[in-house]
Design a protein around this ligand. Structure first.
Ligand code: SF4
Length: 431
């Protein structure tokens, strides 16, 4: 890919990296690929025929960070439901088509903004082409959604009775070829598998496959996912491992976590992953907290959990640090917008590393909320100006007193090192 011009991404993380160049498609109002912000997808778990239930879930998903939502269209009643859901949905709707191409035609009629076809399920080229032709006429993109678990039998056998990255990419190529026959290329592609190494390799091959790269060096936009990742926390870890690996290589234009959980968790995880990687601008809270150690002057887990719950409700795009001690806390968290560190029965409140207030320990969480609101209302610089001028000196006195009390080696690391050295000296020579 050297020499191609590629977009870069960075949102307040101080590091930018290149993204693979992809073509852009439009899923309703959401652009996918071509340097657009990476979008978050999730899928409803309701019966699509249940219009009110499905819409309630779509609104919850959108609120948690989903840019696009997929709904199953597995029966005529589902397509009828989509006809009522799409006009009232806050985000574009993708219809998930299973084995019957008629459902795709009905979903298109319902007004959906994208169709997902699984090449392993709808196999007859004439059916694929009639759907694509209808999409072409109406400007609706298609996701070619290859799934390792439902790979076409012929491909499975041709690849030694195994699901391989090569077989999955070949499946995508074959589907793309059907669409190309009618001049349709308004497409994004996914090659999902439940195995993380398999899916990572399949996406890498897909991103590099010349078949999908046009003369300008732009590839087809990619929808990433680890399918059937499972329940929390394992599912979250598996999906994050696959998604983050690829995203940091610049691969991926839209993502979905497939968790065995409330889909709101999927949307939230997707959004948080992109924010953590600096690929989307922060929309909500980023709470960081120290792991605690022998110096901690407070129950960090308790304070952090209470702060997280309360600040989450405020819905402010802010990074907040909860640190267990004033010896190292303010320095280690000086990049945070707002933070608090515990010491000698007090909380030292700091904004961008500058101490603005010292409060009694029981008021730590409440003061975080108050200062988060001040920052949201007036900005960082004004918040610093509003600080108590005497706070920095009081904080410095507490910090010095804690150093005197605890000494440099509060975790007793020096003693352990001595033991290790003595043990090493006592052990016999040899491997
Ligand atoms: S030194 Fe202080 S801030 Fe760092 S882990 Fe220990 S308690 Fe937390």
């Amino acid at each position: 890919m050297a020499g191609r011009s590629r977009p870069t991404s960075t949102y307040r993380v101080g590091v930018s990296f290149e993204r693979r160049k992809t073509r852009q498609i439009q899923v309703g109002k959401v652009p996918v690929g071509g340097g657009a912000p990476i979008s978050v997808q999730s899928m409803t778990t309701t019966k699509t025929a249940d219009v009110e239930g499905t819409l309630a879930q779509i609104y919850a998903l959108a609120g948690a960070g989903a840019d696009i939502v997929r709904c199953t269209c597995n029966e005529v009643e589902a397509a009828e439901g989509l006809a009522q859901i799409v006009p009232r949905s806050p985000v574009p709707i993708v219809a998930d088509i299973h084995n019957n191409y008629r459902r795709a035609l009905e979903a298109i009629e319902a007004g959906v903004q994208c169709i997902r076809l699984n090449p392993g399920n709808i196999k007859r080229p004439e059916h694929i082409k009639v759907v694509a032709s209808e999409c072409k006429d109406r400007g609706i993109p298609i996701r070619i959604g290859v799934n390792g678990g439902s790979l076409d039998d012929k491909l499975y056998k041709a690849h030694g009775n195994k699901v391989t990255p090569e077989a999955m990419v070949e499946s995508a190529r074959a589907e793309m070829a059907h669409l190309a026959e009618i001049g349709f290329d308004d497409v994004k592609v996914s090659v999902k598998a439940s195995s993380v190494p398999l899916m990572v390799e399949a996406y890498r091959q897909l991103a590099d496959d010349p078949y999908f790269i046009d003369q300008d060096g732009a590839s087809v936009p990619l929808h990433l996912g680890v399918t059937e990742a499972g329940p929390m926390p394992t599912g979250l870890l598996k999906a994050t491992a696959g998604l983050a690996t690829l995203l940091l290589e610049g691969v991926g234009d839209t993502i979905r976590y497939s968790l065995t959980a409330d889909p709101v968790e999927e949307a939230r995880a997707g959004r948080q992953l992109l924010e953590a990687l600096g690929l989307r601008e922060r929309k909500g809270l980023d709470l960081i907290a120290c792991p605690s150690c022998g110096r901690a002057e407070v129950d960090v887990i308790d304070v952090a959990s209470r702060a997280q719950a309360a600040l989450d409700r405020m819905d402010i795009p802010i990074q907040v640090a909860v640190m267990g001690c004033v010896v190292n806390g303010p320095g280690e968290a000086r990049e945070a917008d707002l933070g608090i560190a515990a010491g000698r029965g007090k909380g030292h409140l700091f904004v961008k590393g500058r101490v603005v207030k010292v409060v009694p320990e029981p008021q730590m969480v409440d003061s975080l909320l108050r200062w988060a609101a001040i920052i949201d209302d007036k900005g960082i610089d004004e918040a610093i100006k509003l600080g108590d001028p005497a706070a920095a000196a009081e904080a410095e006195r507490d910090r010095a007193a804690m150093f005197d009390e605890q000494g440099l080696d509060v975790n007793d690391s020096g003693t352990r090192i001595d033991h290790i050295r003595r043990l090493d000296a006592d052990l016999p020579e040899g491997e």
